[in-house]
Design a binder for this molecule. Structure first.
Ligand code: ZN
Ligand code: ZN
Length: 413
């Protein structure tokens, strides 16, 4: 097992750098039952830091699967009202939310994708109000992961369950910089690097990005007033937090009507417990008009059919191929990690905070500015060491942003 001391450091990092918990603030933690030991450390530390209440929502893969296998459709498609109220009340009270995400990527592989799609959609619809709190940075929130047995064995199939969990702990600890003497200070430095990169891109103010790689030829307009973000974010109340740990990306939004061409995935996508792999999407005026998938085609179809916005893009993120996640050489089958090994784009809702004044705009205004809306937001990976990206400026000049999967642009300021 990874040492108690290391777990304490990780828990502390999640509370300080992740959600940046304040005195007398409430904390909600979504955690796997298999990670109860780690979760208890988080809870103890949160109270030590002055949390007024820590509320845990336990999740468990086996129980989730049993529900999918046995519950009638009406249960699957009815997201409980009390759960919505719990989240809404919590957010209104200014609580912070820590998600510990460690699902088995193959959990729902034998469940009818239609059933899964219905459940995902019902949950997304019900949680629409709560999502405004997170996607507009109205509250502090963070996503981290800890190893669980099934997930670890998916990554290390040749190892025993125990060894696989140990190996995954080692990989995660390194990637989230908990192996360093002072992880909080290491994250401060990392956030400063990402901040410089996004400031360089904001100054460039590209009108268009052009992606070229095997199976990819994509032209992507960026809306006027788009903002590159990355690393730490700030709540409306001025609290700095890190939505994702790890995070290696700087990201902005594509124009919802301005994407043309074809893009191919470079890593498998774990979508709500089902894998979609080796797929490509073809866009016309921002909308997916054709798609192919070697694995998980049905799941991809359901994802695209969620609503109109699910066929358009809501995020573009640049991650150099030599990021620590990429250097681990592992495929995690978990977007939190895989997206930070690779450039990626997202189908579905854009973050309004990626547009100047976007947080204060209503749906009509957002649409006018090219900001996509949807019930869903799903990142998928398109980066590789063969990816080149050009940036096209307002005066029509073109410059290299990425070559061979890494920065060609000087983003060190
Ligand atoms: Zn992203
Ligand atoms: Zn995303």
């Amino acid at each position: 097992m990874v040492s108690q001391q290391t777990q304490e450091k990780y828990a502390e990092l999640a509370l300080r750098t992740g959600v940046n918990l304040e005195k007398n603030q409430a904390l909600m933690v979504n955690a796997p039952i298999e990670g109860a030991d780690f979760t208890k450390i988080v809870v103890r530390k949160a109270y030590e830091m002055g949390a007024k209440n820590v509320h845990i929502n336990w999740v468990d893969d086996e129980l989730t699967l049993l529900k999918y296998e046995n519950a009638p459709d009406e249960v699957i498609t009815n997201y409980p009202e009390w759960r919505v109220l719990l989240h809404d009340n919590f957010a209104e009270d200014g609580g912070a939310v820590l998600n510990i995400r460690s699902t088995n990527p193959d959990l729902l592989k034998d469940i009818d994708p239609t059933r899964v799609a219905k459940a995902n959609k019902a949950a997304a619809q019900a949680m629409k109000n709560f999502r405004q709190y997170t996607m507009n940075d109205r509250i502090a929130w963070s996503i981290i992961s800890i190893p669980t047995g099934d997930w670890a064995q998916k990554i290390f199939p040749e190892k025993s369950r125990e060894d696989a969990v140990e190996s995954l702990w080692e990989a995660i600890v390194k990637i989230v910089r908990v192996d360093q003497d002072d992880p909080v200070a290491a994250w401060d430095a990392h956030n400063a690097t990402l901040k410089t990169a996004r400031e360089v891109l904001n100054k460039k103010n590209y009108q268009k990005l052009v992606f070229k790689a095997p199976g990819t030829e994509l032209e992507m307009e960026l809306p006027e007033g788009h903002i590159w973000k990355g690393g730490s974010a700030e709540t409306e109340g001025g609290v700095t937090f890190n939505p994702n740990m790890p995070t290696e990306e700087v990201f902005s939004m594509p124009h919802k009507y301005g994407v043309n061409g074809t893009v191919s995935s470079t890593k498998p996508l774990n979508y709500g417990g089902s894998l979609i792999d080796n797929f490509s999407l073809t866009f016309k005026d921002g909308k997916v008009v054709d798609y192919q998938a070697e694995q998980g085609g049905d799941t991809l179809k359901h994802l695209l059919d969620t609503d109109d916005g699910a066929r358009r893009l809501g995020e573009v993120a640049l991650v150099p191929h030599e990021s620590p996640v990429s250097q681990s050489g592992l495929i995690f089958y978990n977007t939190l990690f895989d997206e930070n090994a690779s450039c990626h784009i997202a189908l579905g809702k854009a973050y309004p905070t990626n547009l100047e004044g976007g947080s204060a705009m209503d749906e009509t205004q957002l649409d006018k500015h090219g900001v996509n809306d949807s019930l869903t937001h799903v990142d998928f990976m398109i980066g590789s060491e063969e990816l080149d990206i050009d940036g096209v400026k307002a005066d029509g000049t073109t410059e290299a942003v990425f070559r061979n999967g890494t920065w060609a642009l000087n983003v060190k300021g």
